[in-house]
Write a protein that binds this ligand. Structure first.
Ligand code: SAH
Length: 481
């Protein structure tokens, strides 16, 4: 139980009418008894003497008081035990007896001998958010609680209460679970007029709005919808808020393999997930199949999220999907994402258009059979020009040869960022000349970004204060050649 990595099993318990035992009669015991009473429990307090708060409850017959010491027989018929005396030995004895009888037991300030603990709470009416760290850091739990307190409007409690009142009627009106969920999502959303009315303190208006929404009944044939969403370079922190919200509303998520599990985990729990992508370069037929699948799912009325690495429109075939949706008359939206070039430059500390070093930056795809022939090498080879090569790992020789043949300086700095922004990120700094040798020697794997240009020389360790010495190779940034 002292393992810092363990996590409690989270549980909301319905204690109405359940017998609970509090051992101890002081202020801490009183606080525990109050919380149990608030949950509707039948509370018995065992203590030779009671403090004023508990004494008042006993007089009012809101608790049962046993003016004795603790005895194991008192656990009969009890669901939950709280040991709240100021004597550790007594508390431990209570815990031992309780555990021997398979009762849930909470020992105040002693999670090690407890089988359950009280989480930090954020409450808005019936809406309850419980925060725990498995004992790893109660301070962290409190800080998170403070943040949530600041974030969540008080009106959420009134919203929850109002929702409870309408629940049965909405269920009657919208028989299909999907339709019901959509109705509620719209009404409970943080932009919903109902919530705004409640925030303004106008409960009557909120209720009228909900009545009107219920009467409108437009949801019988839901219109499908596709969101083309950029998932960013890999770090979930680099998702946009809109991408996050869209993911949390998805019925189906079609994702590329470049999208990490940590981001998929942010999607709505009961969404369906379809893995449709390769790490790099889909064949035309596969792309056609994805386009068709998007249209098919949307026609069935589902909210489809097409989740793509980086930005959907930067070498992501998002354009083809967009055209297919337009042609089929499907409603869609595009949620931009942070593209790999921008993210990798940031992660490696390379300012893409540093004054004096670069006047332009070009995103280039090195992929495709004819990439070498197709690219405008004379333009790319000009100095003071940063080049961000996508899908370039297998084509570094062509990149170097093309640029050198058109006059780019062989000593031009080049950075390679592998799996940028993820925990596996690796960065190398080399030269244009030595680029292929570096990629081979370091066994660079896709996905990797190749940044060529004078600005690449500014690469530094993430969070580092300065450039790294060539010989001081680190996993974060290694200077080669
Ligand atoms: N739409 C994506 C790019 C898709 S093409 C975007 O906007 O970022 C796939 C290429 O992107 C990969 O071959 C690699 O060059 C680059 N890439 C994507 N994620 C990356 C990452 N985390 N680190 C380095 N390169 C990445």
């Amino acid at each position: 139980m002292n393992d810092a990595t363990f996590a409690h099993y989270p549980l909301f318990a319905d204690l109405r009418g359940e017998r609970c035992l509090v051992v101890g009669g002081g202020t801490v015991a009183a606080r525990k008894a109050e919380a149990l009473l608030a949950a509707g429990a039948a509370v018995t307090v065992v203590a030779p003497a009671l403090g004023p708060a508990l004494a008042a409850r006993a007089t009012a017959r809101e608790i049962v008081h046993r003016p004795t010491g603790f005895a194991p027989s008192q656990l009969e018929g009890v669901l939950l035990v709280v040991a709240a005396t100021d004597d550790a030995a007594t508390n431990h004895a209570v815990a031992r007896s309780a555990r021997a009888r398979a009762k849930l037991v909470n020992v105040v300030d002693d999670p090690d001998v407890s089988t359950c603990i009280n989480p930090a709470l954020v409450r808005r009416g019936p809406l309850t958010i419980a925060i725990g760290t498995g004992g790893a850091s109660p301070v962290l739990a409190r800080l998170v609680r403070a943040r949530l307190e600041a974030l969540l409007p008080q009106a959420l409690g009134r919203l929850a209460t109002l929702a409870a009142r309408f629940r049965a009627r909405v269920k009657c009106r919208f028989e299909a679970l999907d339709a019901r969920r959509r109705f509620w999502e719209k009404q409970l959303d943080d932009q919903s007029p109902v919530l705004r009315a409640l925030e303004a303190g106008d409960e009557a208006a909120a209720e009228r709005l909900l009545e009107a929404a219920l009467a409108a009944r437009r949801d019988t044939a839901p219109r499908g919808f596709v969101s083309l969403v950029g998932a960013g370079p890999g770090d979930p922190e680099l998702l946009t808020l809109r991408a996050l919200r869209t993911l949390q509303r998805a019925d189906v998520v079609l994702y590329d393999r470049l999208v990490p599990a940590a981001i998929l985990a942010l999607a709505r729990r009961d969404a369906d997930f379809e893995d449709v992508g390769k790490v790099q370069g889909l064949k035309g037929s596969e792309q056609t199949a994805i386009n068709a699948r998007l249209v098919e799912l949307a026609r069935r009325g589902r909210h489809v999220v097409r989740l793509k690495g980086g930005d959907p429109f930067v070498f992501g075939r998002g354009g083809e999907e967009l055209l297919a949706l337009r042609a089929a008359g499907i409603d869609y939206e595009v949620v931009p994402g942070i593209t790999a070039a921008v993210a990798c430059a940031a992660a490696a500390g390379i300012p893409l258009t540093h004054r004096g070093l670069a006047q332009q930056v070009t995103f280039v795809t090195a992929h495709g059979e004819d990439a070498h022939a197709d690219l405008d090498w004379p333009a790319l080879a000009r100095g003071r020009h940063t080049l961000a090569f996508y899908m370039g790992v297998g084509r570094v020789a062509q990149i170097r040869d093309g640029l050198l043949a058109h006059g780019r300086d062989p000593g031009t700095p080049a950075a390679i960022v592998e799996r940028g922004t993820t925990p596996q990120q690796r960065v190398w700094l080399t030269t244009l000349e030595a680029l292929p040798a570096t990629v081979a020697a370091r066994a660079v794997q896709a996905p990797a970004m190749i940044l060529v240009g004078e600005v690449a020389a500014l690469a530094a360790e993430p969070g580092g204060s300065g450039a790294v010495q060539p010989e001081a190779a680190t996993p974060a940034l290694e200077r080669v050649a």
